[in-house]
Design a protein around this ligand. Sequence first.
Ligand code: ADP
Ligand code: MG
Length: 929
Amino acid sequence: MSSPRRPGSQPSRGGRAPWSPRGERGRLPPVSRCVGMVMWGQQPSPAAPGLEDNLCAIAVVGRSCALYPRLPGRDGGGTLPSHDAAQTSAPCGRDAEGRALGSFQLGHQDNIPSCTPVQRALMLLTPSLEKLQAVKCRMLEAMDKGLSRQTHAQATVRMLPTFICSTPDGTEKGDLMVVELCQSHVRTLFVTLLGDGNQSPQLMYKIFDMPADMLQGTGEALFDFIAQCVHKFLEEIGSPQHRLPLGFVFPFSCRQTGLGKAELISWSKGFQCSDVEGKDVVQLLQAAINKLELYHVQVIALLNDTVGTMMASSWGGKPCEIALVTGTGTNSCFMAEAELVEVVEESNGRMCVNSEWGCFGDDGALGDVLTPYDHRVDQESSNPGERRFEKMVGGLYLGEIVRHAVLMLATEQALFVGASTSVLGAKDAFKTQQVLEIMEFGEILQSVAGLLAPECTATLVPSADTNGLGVAMVTAVAQRLLTQRHEVEQLLAPLRLSRADLERVQALMRQEMERGLGRDSNADASVRMLPTYVCNTPDGTERGDFLALDLGGTNFRVLVVRVMQEGIHMASEIYVVPTSVMQGTGEALFDHIVECIMDFQRKQNLMEQVLPLGFTFSFPCQQLGLDKAVLLTWTKGFSASGCVGQDVVQLLRDAAQRKQHVALKVVAVVNDTVGTMMACGYDDPKCEIGLIVGTGTNACYMEERKNVGTVEGDEGRMCINMEWGAFGDNGCLDDIFTTFDRMVDEKTINAGKQRFEKLISGMYLGEIVRHILLAMVDKQLLFRGKPSLKLQTRDIFQTTFLSTIETDGLALQQVQGILRDLELDASFEDSVLVREVCQTVSLRAAQLCAAGLAAVVEKMRENRGLAQLAITVGVDGTLYKMHPHFSQNLQQMLQDLAPNCAVTFLQSEDGSGKGAALVAAVACRETSP
Ligand code: ADP
Ligand code: MG
């Protein structure tokens, strides 16, 4: 065994030199050399409309002979020059710049009479752009097949997921190890990253020769040998004993189900060790390492050399997202949208896909570009019919293609006339290296790629990854992701409620409901269970014209509602309530309201009429009658003085008197939940629950009057305004609250109050997300730990952002756009994480809401002595209506928590306005004989 090799320095820990490609020994794995070409551009993703500018960097290993000279540039229209155009632009063996083309002319024609046999042979090897375009399309088809769940197993281009979802971002830090299994040796690497943007990675490596008989021995012997290499290497470099993540480069076809989980499908390249196929090779290596008591070495990832190439070119500037390797064979990998990789559940972000494209064409897809020479090469190979694409591209074969071409020309007497050509009969007479020296590969690759994918601008970055820094970077990224995932999980864990948590919330809600209904316990209950004196839902016979007021939502509105046989007609006007009025005196507030009513009546020509008025007043009130409601407390940003403890209907009447506005007849004051229930009840008689999830949250339902201890009378039912937003104000939900919830609560004008509401409703969800994001930045989990001043601004992260960010199929670029408006420079991973945070917060909100509703429907079912209850919930609120998943999450969880209730949800159209009028109408129906 040789001693540890350190570019340009002696093996001592202190004297470790920064990584440099100097001083390499010649014997590195064969993969990092040779030739290659062919690329594809990224197609604009359908999920990302408007993303015309497809810029990508491609790492290329090696250089190549290629079959095309410099091509004419792209034509102005961005389309490919036709076969004829190519012919006319270079008519007689000269290109635009007058260079001799020989017969390396773009596009071949088989029967040009003046062609020499040599020209004809070369034209055979020079497919037209149209043909290449067709090959590109077939490659895309094959790639799609590989990505699709149904066709993945049969695909020629397997598109194997690598579970690498990220490129280096420069924050990677610490010591790590890589061990690479190669044809005849094992290479070990030790890398130290300083978290300095990967400016100066420090690297040591050593190559251990492998006994030749090992390839056909037992799997145990092989893995023991690899573990011993690790042991020896660590000993020699005096590695410390702290946890050391290890990446395992294992260049065989594996079924990977996680970063650190991969079953060997089958050996190749001369390996045939027993008892490995079908087993998890990560586990096998870890077991062998553990046998040597190297417990601090943890195999965290199985890697592919292609991914290493991509990573090695991925720092400094923008990330490199495609790699092209053409060693003896050829392969590529690229970052694909995760949702396209159907064999993996993950649908967020991107994942590196190892195309394994060497087998492209094994199903005949390359039929029309294969030449007689390709067929000869294939037939003489050890695996005829297989890896057809590789055999046209890989370095192992290029020399052979040339040999067969020359041989056939010699046989036709077109070359070497009179000379002995017996030397051409021997396999490998031409070295690929000799072929390579003829052409400038990179330039040709770039220009043909440009012609075939004019929508994409690709930068080719030759990879100089001769010492394995790339795979080390993959390991570093894997390590960073593992650590980050762990920290993210820790941070979000308190926000993820278990089924048991939700059952407990449901039980607590039930308990608080009972307490709120009880005459003696009412005062101590956090859920107030306020009687509304609404005892009937609409029956459809209600008629008449009504005025309605809606105060306590986002807007203050005045409406006129006509309830007629044909349906309900409404006209309304929105009025602003300035914050100074919301938080000024009660007199000013109610004066303002009366002025708005008068303005509305003038505009609607209603000054002469005295219409019954329903007042939707969406704050907690102790109702003493249908038209008598004592304000218990302000919520939702209101704090007008002199109102709490007063009958708001009287305050309104007083203001009308001050304004000498006599034509005001208030018949009912209702809560918006009640309005919503009534409005939906007009269309669906089963609607006996009202739910609001907007700025705040609340619910009401029809309770048996005999259960309402706070009101006299036992007959029939009464609608109870639960005021469930305050659930938990007595401390019963304290263990559900997270530090983020407490931070949000502390900054509100009603700290400690409306605790349930602050977990659920629109006024708070954005704030919760903002606090979580701040914590993540603080822990360096987001935005590379770079703080944003704007993100520190209260309420800057609106609840509408949750809806947008969580929209299915929304391209991550759009998430980045939202974050950019907050002066946050978000990477793709950042966007994925922000989305996860939003999902976690909105899911919790929906599930808590479901737990509350479950308590309500179960109580109603029991009240009525039913085994099954079918009931409808009338719902209002922009969060419920606009969030892409809230309603579904709510309904799913409710079904789960209350399986004996079939609950239908009916969205209310303007419940507050219509509902207030209907309460007034129902009241008039009852009082009129
Ligand atoms: P209110 O509850 O005040 O009567 P809404 O039902 O319209 O009014 O709710 C308004 C609240 O809904 C806003 O404060 C905001 O938090 C939230 N919201 C507004 N738009 C959206 C949206 N697109 N997605 C989620 N929440 C939203
Ligand atoms: Mg509302």
